[in-house]
Design a protein around this ligand. Structure first.
Ligand code: SF4
Length: 401
């Protein structure tokens, strides 16, 4: 059986953060309920496509999934379990924002089999949080973290951000100190990216952002500080205690099959990529169409779906950007996604997948980066060096044909 990861998009937030360009918006309970009903239909209708898959991870992301009533979370997970084969030890993560969960809700999550919580903190400085429009304070985060531990969560991620307006080295270090003192199992640390069209982008001249040198210093401090605190970096921006790397995210970087359900969610199965419609009406029509595809194949064929079957079924349902990856595109992804992981990529796996050696396809590029000290060999695998991580975008771009 092939392994499958499931992503569920919950596009609701209390209010929009000033830097956010994700697919999310505030919503009332009626809208949430009708969305959950659509999601349940989508999950149910697609189950027949995944008869040859076993679900190893489920990730409810957003948005702010923790805004959903716990009962809805339970309905979604029950729908998955009733139609899909879910591994006993599947990693099931819910993203949550401080202040949006109660003790009861968290306990309910555990009852529904949710075993990992990802908390969006970003900073422990209340001024920094306010400047980027977060709905919570550091105190709210501490309370949510305490409740999560008390409810029984033994696997918690905390999201952090560097490069915030008004953020200095001292305050960033304090954030790292305070968070590591709590000992979460996993920490994600990204740099703020100013996305065009967001209020922060439009108003950037009103703020003082860390300059390029400070940004780099924060980035280097993250790696150093978290290593000393017992976290190993397993991906460019992700750190974990032994045994707690996020299984779900590793599927993306290793190009495993994943199915995205919900508004605008992305999927890749058997080298076919597609996106769900990003507008509510289109998404509702897509879910509706899913059961009424002209020329739909018998279930047995569907379950053993080839790439061509996947393309036709998603195009007919009205998915966006349906794309069957060419071998060249698969090779590119193998390199630039796999090299994000500190363990790097395995030349033998490349040979098995593509029937050609990595040397034959990328030999010159690899040799040039090895000479410059940006790529190295680790136990037979090829990986970025620390200097390579610094300029990873340049390295990745070189693997595109
Ligand atoms: S909580 Fe996350 S998804 Fe929601 S508005 Fe803020 S950054 Fe965007």
């Amino acid at each position: 059986m092939r392994e499958l990861s499931i992503y569920i998009h919950i596009p609701f937030c209390v209010r929009k953060c000033l830097y956010c360009d994700f697919l999310s918006a505030p919503a009332d309970s009626g809208r949430i309920e009708s969305y959950v009903n659509l999601l349940l239909q989508e999950i149910k209708k697609q189950a027949v496509f995944y008869g040859d898959h076993r679900v190893v991870s489920i990730f409810l992301g957003g948005g702010t999934p923790s805004l959903l009533p716990a009962a809805d979370m339970g309905r979604i997970l029950a729908q998955i379990r009733s139609g899909y084969s879910v591994a006993e030890d599947a990693e099931i993560t819910v993203e949550c924002n401080p202040g949006t969960v109660t003790e009861d809700k968290l306990k309910n999550y555990i009852t529904h089999g949710i075993n990992r919580l990802s908390i969006g903190l970003q900073s422990t400085d209340d001024g920094e949080l306010a400047r980027i429009g977060r709905i919570h304070s550091y105190g709210d985060f501490l309370e949510t973290y305490r409740l999560a531990r008390e409810a029984g969560f033994g696997n918690i991620n905390v999201d952090l951000m560097a490069g915030l307006p008004g953020q200095g080295m001292d305050s960033y270090r304090r954030t790292l100190e305070r968070v590591t003192a709590l000992s979460p199992e996993h920490i994600s640390a990204y740099s703020l990216i100013l996305e065009e069209g967001t209020p922060l982008y439009g108003n950037q001249s009103a703020y003082q952002f860390p300059d390029e040198d400070e940004d780099r210093e924060m980035y280097e401090l993250t790696g150093r500080y978290l290593a000393e605190a017992g976290y190993s970096r397993y991906e460019i921006s992700n750190y974990a205690r032994e045994g707690f790397a996020c299984r779900h995210n590793k599927v993306y970087w290793r190009r495993g099959d994943y199915a995205g359900f919900g508004l605008g969610a992305s999927s890749m199965v058997k080298n076919v990529r597609w996106k769900n419609p990003a507008k509510h009406g289109d998404y509702a029509a897509y879910v509706e169409n899913m059961g009424r595809q002209p020329g739909r194949q018998p279930d047995a064929d569907v379950a053993a779906g080839t790439e061509a079957v996947w393309v036709s079924r998603m195009e007919q349902a009205g998915a966006d950007e349906v794309q069957r990856l060419t071998t060249a595109e698969q090779m590119e992804e193998f390199m630039f996604l796999g090299l994000r992981l500190t363990e790097g990529v395995d030349p033998e796996e490349f040979q098995r997948m593509f029937g050609k050696s990595m040397e034959e396809v990328y030999g010159k590029t690899i040799a040039a980066f090895e000479r410059r000290g940006l790529l190295t060999r680790k136990e037979g695998r090829l990986a970025l060096t620390l200097r390579g991580i610094d300029v990873s975008n340049v390295v990745f771009a070189s693997f595109l044909f």
